[in-house]
Design a protein around this ligand. Sequence first.
Ligand SMILES: *Cc1c(COP(=O)(O)O)cnc(C)c1O
Length: 717
Amino acid sequence: MSGALDRLDSGIYPPLFRELRTLAGNYWWSWQPDGPELFRDISPSRWEEAGHNPRRLLDTTPLSRLTELDVDPRFRARARDLLARFAADLAARSSWAEGLAPRLTPERPVAYFSAEFAIHESLPIYAGGLGVLAGDHLKSASDLGVPLIAVGLLYRQGYFRQDLDRSSWQNERYVDIDVAALPIQRVVGTDGAPLSVTISIAHRRVHVSIWRVQVGRVPLYLLDTNRDDNEERDRWITGHLYGGNQDTRLVQELTLGIGGVRALRALGVQPAVFHMNEGHSAFLTLELLREQLTAGMPLEGAQAHVRAQCVFTTHTPITAGHDVFGVELVDTFLADYWADLEISRETLLNFGRRRPGDAWEPFGMTPLAMRFARSTNGVSRKHGEVCRAMWRDLWKRRKPDAVPIGHVTNGIHVPTWTAPAARALLAEHLGPAWESRLDDPELPARIDAIPDEQLWELRNRLRRHLVAAVRAHAHATRARKGEDEHFVAAADALLDPGVLTVGFARRMATYKRLSLIVHDPARMVRFISDPERPLQFVLAGKAHPFDNEAKRTLQELARVRQPVEQLGRIVYLENYDVALARWLVQGCDVWLNLPRRPLEASGTSGQKVIANGGLNISVLDGWWIEGYAGDNGWPVGDHLDGNPKTQDDADAEALYAVLEREVVPLFYERDARGIPVGWLTRMRASMRSMLPFFNTHRMLRQYTEQIYLRGPDGGSR
Ligand SMILES: *Cc1c(COP(=O)(O)O)cnc(C)c1O
């Protein structure tokens, strides 16, 4: 690192690379055409070693190489083009975004709070779909020019890296984030000194540092307690994402909610709206309440004032996904707080209860958020319905239909998830900047006009890229573990670039049912080893560190894989992250989603395959209920019974049947040109019907117009 600064100071860093180093300080590059590719081409091997962090790449590449590129006209032209687009994009205006004023302005933005953000693989402060959604939300806010700032936590060791041992048991490995090498800046005050805030936890003063990561036009502020002036145990508050016990979780959430509001005040920001992305940040409502009470406002008025500013998105119908804390924990950690608030302990505890006054009920973050939010929404139409039934207690047990919880269906940030080759093809046929015009009424006709040869060539190319990436990943993993050299070399023959490729990757939560794939191992093996029309599987996903059942499923999967291992047609990739996810959603022909209904609130990974020409096979749950239209993918299981065991049997049978009778024949049925025309018809239907809706530009416009800009709903709690 000091080497890099020496280079900058001594003036020997070629000027073009000074500019690229500045560009590398904003994650904007990561979703631009030729952004990642430009940096990668500086030195492909160092790009991998640098974990796709361009700062580190530039700092570790020998000056001789930079000087060589500095006089390469092709490289210079590419770099100049990217730098020009950066400047233009940060300054871009749109009439839609300007029309948000005066309700939303850079001085009065939306403050978006989340415990995780997936911006890029080099910043491992996310675990799964919740973080991906938050990251994609910020990128669309930047693209559309919505005044929005974000608040999260800077975890010292992020989320864990996954290692499977010889028996395929998952072990977790924790690695320190290299703050010095990442584009993360310490926020300083007007006096130039680092800005920090203090919160009180169990009678201790905890100091919180504030960092800033730039995501295009959107600043993401990250809080961190790893400071010399904190006690050792408090330095670990922001140690790990979802790694600790209940105590850790509670103090993390206090840091995010209370520390987050204080950090914004220290920065001089007065948000117009506080958006709680999941209940983890709901303590922010208490801090907003404290501000009003300290200023002398009576409790009722203060509550109304807080409600007018807060909105809440809930993300799961699974009980364990809603944090609750025992009363004794709240007593321990919030003791100073209710004294500050000058409200009684009972009043505070009741804020977190479905049934105020029920002394047996613990303190829940979801009731707290709902009680203080003027708007609560679920993340798909079905999930909205499930939430209304689930939380009606909070509205004095109204009929579910009368519970004021709506929905905004999740989307994905199309530029982030679409392969360069697919972006280029779609730009050719849909026009430049097609990603920001997905609602163009011309889109369907233009998709239909893409010639068969080009569409099919795209699929073949993306499948080949995936196969190459899988081989490289498996080779590197096996070599790192010191496996036997034949086994390492065998990685280079995994998968077949001509075979129908099916992907399944997500957190290994039990309800997501990876296990269905191997429900009938013999039948799966028959599919995989069919001499004429084979199938191959690429699988990935981490189990939560404490979820032994999910870890056992991974072991069981390994046992099923063994007999067909030499065919190399079922591959499990370790250490699922957003980089792996990109390869998978871009390269797979078919994407599987097999949740136990109705537990998938939305799911988003299936949406990522659409622009890449992948097709979905999914249980009709979450987003797929809205996405499936008869001809644009396949549903699994129309039969619903209350018994998980027989439900699994029925859904596995339905999955095998759809693969055998529809998916495999359609893929292998070729015309005289060798093209599967029926498959391409389905691909076009998938893009045409779903691209316009399942994206975060649409999602963010909806949040902005229907929630951020709307007044209080008036429903009483
Ligand atoms: C998209 C994504 C997810 C979410 O997948 P679901 O199918 O919605 O569960 C999780 N993890 C990573 C790394 C992703 O990219």
